[in-house]
Design a protein around this ligand. Structure first.
Ligand SMILES: [Zn+2]
Length: 202
């Protein structure tokens, strides 16, 4: 399993706002713009702040958010599903944003976690340079390590800037990725994913 927070601790791998600002200024120049034009003068600082926020989860361990609720009764065997948790991330192939929803379901072995635990863990994992496939697997890993369910399935549906705004420019195309663990792997994966993707009835 790939590390959930693959940090080396080396200074050169820490975000340096001054260098990001200088790089944005250089990018503007290389794009044929005048970075000293009045409307662009603050752009490097604004862009550096935006990158800081977009990648702000890189140094965080998502597992710290996965505290299980105190077990007042055992939920062993219960199936719990959470849908439509929205996220945004940055595609590391194009440095363009992608947006979408996470739907997950697990069969508890006893512990359960609150909705906010999942939301924060997903926020941590998505606030990095990512690939949708890796994000999906990492959410499944955090769920599995956090509350050790008998089985879990995670479905991520996303629209990618690199598909909608460049290349084939398909604004409505969505990418669906699935990761499953335990009892939901193998033969159960397709039917569990279909259940998660069915329209909500509320
Ligand atoms: Zn991309």
């Amino acid at each position: 399993m790939e590390a959930l927070y693959p940090r080396t601790g080396h200074a050169e791998h820490t975000m340096n706002s001054d260098r990001v600002q200088a790089a944005v200024r250089e990018l503007l120049s290389a794009l044929g713009e005048d970075p000293d034009r009045s409307d662009l003068r603050e752009t490097p600082a604004r862009a550096a702040a935006a990158w800081g926020e977009l990648l702000g989860g890189r140094d965080e361990n998502p597992l710290v958010h996965m505290a299980a609720l105190p077990v007042i009764e055992s939920f062993a065997g219960h199936v719990i599903s959470l849908r439509d948790i929205t996220f945004r991330s940055v595609c590391e192939h194009h440095l363009l944003p992608f947006h979408g929803s996470v739907h997950l379901m697990y069969r508890s072995s006893g512990p359960v976690a609150g909705l906010s635990s999942f939301v924060r863990a997903i926020e941590t994992l998505s606030s990095r340079l990512q690939l949708q496939e890796r994000l999906t697997e990492q959410i499944a890993d955090v769920l599995t390590e956090g509350i050790a369910p008998e089985g879990a399935i995670v479905v991520v549906v996303a629209r990618h800037g690199c598909v909608s705004d460049r290349g084939v420019r398909q604004a409505d195309a969505r990418t669906v990725t699935i990761a499953s663990r335990g009892t939901y792997s193998g033969d159960q994966e397709t039917s569990a994913a279909a259940l998660l993707l069915a329209p909500p009835t509320l």
